[in-house]
Each structure stands twice: as structure tokens, then as C-alpha cells.
Design a protein around this ligand. Structure first.
Ligand SMILES: *Cc1c(COP(=O)(O)O)cnc(C)c1O
Length: 388
């Protein structure tokens, strides 16, 4: 089966559910056992069965099966947020005395976790230039356990050379993790490009409607038991209702992403021609660092990208533009059906690379509205920007 078809069927069995198309939602904490022997038997291999609510239910397992199909992974694990997927996956693989490498373009809270927790727990963290490619080999140490990547990077959209990084990491025995949220696990096959663990904020495109918090960790069979049991011990688990909504979101993911892609590309192309805009940081456009890796390794683009405005515009002028937008409210997160915009400044968030652009930056999420309405709203926004 092709991926789109598989994604519609994975994790559901109408024949064993009265013919009903979608699997039911099991709400559970306690799972009862009929005998002492059965209880002991279940305790021998708890990650495989239905053991206790926190370990998972048929509802979370159905969702996880569908996520594994999406990512081309053996297994997937659902947790309570995207950030929990990141922190849990990292903690499952490191101990005091280990070292990890993390891209400087990573989602900022991932850095906060490294700096406020990992370092205090005796794990050494080195940030690296997202465009480092094969030269990451120079930063590898004997105790390097994880190379953490994110492609494209949060806010600034550098597309990393994942196969080159993976080759260098594997030759020194480190595993490669990717935050694959932007491509939704759909436009980038992490495992075919050398990653061992693919993480998503399912909060974004998998949920798709701005109404759930959830994260997913897709991985190989060989790592599953270790990661799953450590997450259980950390107390991580996803709510049954969110698993249901996540699974429902997955069924329409390819169709929704196609629309986000189309609107994002049209909007970025229009913005590229505007005199107010100096750079379009969209992986499908040449301005974007690593555009060539996007062309080589990705099969499409989702709806999130950034632009850099001319340095002559003040913060006040940008506020006049943004405060008056009708179809682009300001808010964190993205991946829902609606368009969004936020101003940002990458300067304070860099450890080992320098942000050289001096103009104000905007991150845009292209939603599924009619493109003509979105462009008209942006056009009016630029009028306010210029007037202010
Ligand atoms: C939003 C986001 C996260 C965190 O997801 P939450 O569900 O909000 O915890 C992680 N990585 C990336 C790239 C994100 O955009």
C-alpha cells in the first residue's frame, strides 16, 4: 500500500468493532487481572500488553500504530506534549557522564531543557551550527550518545544535511534524533535518511485543529522497550481523548498538508516580490539556508515559514501592521487549519552561531483560508507598516 492509503487504515479494525469505522475511546487507569498468575504474567512484559492506564490503552495503541505507519517506523509512543516527547526521548538514552550534540536552531524550550536539567544532571551539551553537515564529526566525543537535529530549524528554517550528520554520528556509535514536526513525519522520512528516533509535536499538524497537546516518538523496534519503560517510570502518558483526536487528525493529514503547502508556497512567492521583504526563509525558496537539502531529501513543504523585513522598519511599525491583521492572529503553536503570525528576534536564542540579519522577523503559518483573502490581508498590513 502507498503511504496515503496505509495512513487511512493503520490502527483500526472495524470488523472487530461492530463494523464501526473508528476505534472506541477507552478511559482507563485500573486494568484488572482474573488471577494472581495472570497478574504476574502481565508484569513480565508490561510494555507489550494492557497493564495499567499510564502504560497505554487500546486507544493510545491504535494511535501509535497509525503514527508508526506515518513515519515509516516500527513503533511509536504517544506522550502528553511535543516537549515531553523531546525531553522523554533524550532522557531515555543518556546518563550522567554522557555528552549530546544539539543544533543551535532547535526549538528554544529544548535548549532550556538541556541547560536547566541535563547539564545539572551531569550530561554535557554542545550546541552546533545547523549547517555543519559532515563536519559534525569534529565535535563527536567518545561519550557522545545523541546527535539531536531539527529540520528545518524553529523560526529560522535552516534545513540540515541529515544523511551526512547521521553517517558521522553512527560511525561513532551515537544515535540521531530529529524533531520532525515541520514536515509532520509526512514530507520527510526520517528513518530513510538515517535517523533513529523521529519526534513530533502532534499538537501541530497531526492534531491539526489547535485543540490538543500531544507528542509522538517514532522509533525502531530495538529501542522501543527501553524508551517505553523509561517513559512509564517518568510518568509520561497521553490522554485517551487526545489520542482519539490525534488519530482522527491523521486520517486527513495528507489532504490538509497539501492545502497548507499550496497556500504557503503562494504566499511566500508573493512576499518574495514585495519591497518590504528582504528574505523569505521558506525551505522551498533559495533564500533559505539548506534549500538544496530540502530539494534532495523532502517530498514537500508544510505551511510554516518566516520572512525578514527591511531593517528600516521600527518595532512600532511592525506592531501597527500586526495589530490590524484580520486573518492572522498572533499566537504560539501552529499546524491548525488557521493562519497565524508572530514577530520574533532570533538574536538572544543563539549559542554558537550569529544571526546577522538586522531587520524585524515574522513567522507565518499559512492556514487553509482562501489564498486571495490571505494576500489581501497581508497587503493591507504592509500599507499600515509603511504608513507607520
Ligand atoms: C511546538 C513545538 C514543540 C513543542 O510541542 P508542544 O506540544 O507545544 O509541547 C516542539 N518542537 C517544535 C518544532 C515545535 O514547533
Amino acid at each position: 500500500m502507498k503511504k496515503d492509503t496505509h495512513l487511512l487504515h493503520a490502527g483500526r479494525t472495524p470488523k472487530s468493532n461492530f463494523g464501526i469505522v473508528n476505534p472506541p475511546v477507552y478511559h482507563a487507569s485500573t486494568v484488572t487481572f482474573p488471577t494472581v498468575a495472570a497478574m504476574h504474567e502481565a508484569g513480565k512484559n508490561p510494555t507489550e500488553g494492557i497493564y495499567y492506564g499510564r502504560m497505554g490503552t487500546p486507544t493510545s495503541q491504535a494511535f501509535e500504530e497509525a503514527v508508526a505507519a506515518l513515519e515509516g517506523a516500527d513503533k511509536a509512543i504517544a506522550v502528553q506534549s511535543g516537549l515531553a516527547a523531546i525531553t522523554g526521548a533524550i532522557m531515555a538514552f543518556v546518563k550522567a557522564g554522557d555528552h549530546i550534540l544539539v543544533t543551535d536552531s532547535v526549538y528554544f524550550p529544548t535548549k532550556k531543557f538541556c541547560d536547566e536539567f541535563l547539564k545539572n544532571f551531569g550530561v554535557e551539551v554542545t550546541y552546533y551550527d545547523p549547517m555543519i553537515g559532515a563536519a559534525i564529526t569534529d565535535l563527536m566525543q567518545d561519550n557522545t550518545k545523541i546527535v539531536f537535529t531539527e529540520a528545518p530549524g524553529s523560526l529560522t528554517f535552516e534545513v540540515q544535511d541529515i544523511p551526512a550528520i547521521a553517517k558521522a554520528a553512527h560511525s561513532r556509535g551515537a544515535i540521531v534524533m530529529i524533531d520532525n514536526t515541520w514536515a509532520a513525519g509526512y514530507y520527510f522520512n526520517a528513518f530513510e535518511h538515517g535517523c533513529d528516533v523521529s519526534i513530533q509535536a502532534a499538537t501541530k499538524y497531526i492534531g491539526g485543529h489547535s485543540d490538543i497537546m500531544m507528542g509522538t516518538i517514532a522509533l525502531r523496534e530495538e529501542h522501543y522497550k527501553q524508551v517505553k519503560s523509561k517513559l512509564y517510570t517518568l510518568g509520561y502518558c497521553a490522554s485517551p481523548d487526545d489520542c482519539y483526536l490525534g488519530q482522527r487528525g491523521l486520517r486527513s493529514l495528507p489532504a490538509r498538508l497539501a492545502r497548507h503547502q499550496e497556500n504557503g508556497m503562494k504566499m511566500a512567492a508573493w512576499l518574495k516580490e514585495r519591497p518590504e521583504v528582504t528574505k523569505v526563509l521558506h525551505p522551498a525558496f533559495e533564500d533559505c539556508p539548506g534549500h538544496e537539502f530540502w530539494k534532495r531529501d523532502f517530498t514537500g513543504a508544510s505551511g510554516l515559514f518566516s520572512i525578514v523585513l527591511d531593517g528600516k522598519y521600527s518595532a512600532q511599525a511592525v506592531a501597527a501592521m500586526l495589530d490590524g491583521m484580520e486573518l492572522f492572529p498572533m499566537g504560539y503553536s501552529w499546524g491548525g487549519y488557521e493562519s497565524l503570525i508572530i514577530p520574533f528576534n532570533p538574536k538572544g536564542a543563539r549559542q554558537v552561531t550569529e544571526w546577522v540579519e538586522d531587520g524585524p522577523c515574522l513567522r507565518i503559518h499559512a492556514g487553509q483560508e482562501n489564498i486571495d483573502d490571505l494576500i489581501e490581508d497581508l497587503n493591507n498590513g504592509f500599507e499600515r507598516l509603511n504608513k507607520a
